[in-house]
Design a protein around this ligand. Structure first.
Ligand SMILES: O=C(O)CCC(=O)C(=O)O
Ligand SMILES: [Fe+2]
Length: 105
């Protein structure tokens, strides 16, 4: 791990707008996005204020659900598939930070 080459990203999932994020990996094609190694997601919202909107991570065959507690951080390899399920009530906010480094070998 050598750097944090991108600005943190705040995401908002709003039940009135069908907020969700389909299964994906965070390895992108851009200069920085292609060097992502670790993804860190901070839960910004009180879990009592929304339903659904769960961060699910699939580092292997088994799906893991991220801790919903406000202030908790989930860390996973950026290549791991993950999604945010449809939010059914309220608003969830998250802050995502990526750590970067040379290609995996
Ligand atoms: O909001 C989240 O929990 C995940 C966000 C995410 O996967 C991303 O921005 O790539
Ligand atoms: Fe992601």
């Amino acid at each position: 791990m050598r750097e944090f080459a991108e600005s943190p990203q705040v995401a908002k999932y709003d039940a009135t707008k069908g907020g969700h994020f389909a299964w994906h990996s965070d390895i992108g094609h851009g200069l920085a996005a292609g060097k992502r190694k670790l993804t860190l997601v901070l839960q910004l919202s009180n879990p009592d204020t929304y339903d659904g909107g769960d961060l699910e991570i699939r580092p292997s065959a088994q799906i893991q659900m991220a801790n919903r507690a406000q202030g908790s951080v989930s860390v996973f390899p950026s290549f791991a598939l993950h999604q945010v399920t449809l939010i059914k009530r309220g608003i969830r906010r998250s802050l995502t930070v990526w750590a970067h480094g040379p290609a995996f070998r």
